[in-house]
Design a protein around this ligand. Structure first.
Ligand SMILES: [Zn+2]
Length: 95
């Protein structure tokens, strides 16, 4: 693919530019509680990544907010591990 060609998933327009292609973001919204925005990105050197922006409303008191942050840290570690695992060929995953 030439550098000036958009991949089929590129949203084009204002989302694409400055050396990268960007897909239409996928938004998961829990009003008042949290939001996730997931965007596929390809940089000028051809590397692709999933950009994830997560916003979570924290409790107004401690230690509840800290418990939320600890839970988030643990869950995000699981999310990252699962995403890396999913990149393996199915034959390797079965082992
Ligand atoms: Zn593009």
């Amino acid at each position: 693919m030439r550098r000036d060609q958009h991949p089929d998933w590129c949203a084009r327009g204002h989302r694409c530019g400055l050396g990268e292609h960007r897909a239409q973001p996928i938004t998961l919204d829990a009003p008042g509680l949290g939001r996730v925005v997931l965007t596929r990105v390809r940089t000028e050197d051809g590397r692709e990544s999933a950009e994830v922006r997560l916003t979570v409303a924290l409790a107004t008191t401690e230690p509840a907010a800290r418990r939320q942050l600890m839970a988030l840290t643990n869950d995000l570690d699981t999310v990252l591990s699962r995403a890396v695992y999913a990149s393996q060929p199915p034959t390797r995953r079965a082992a």
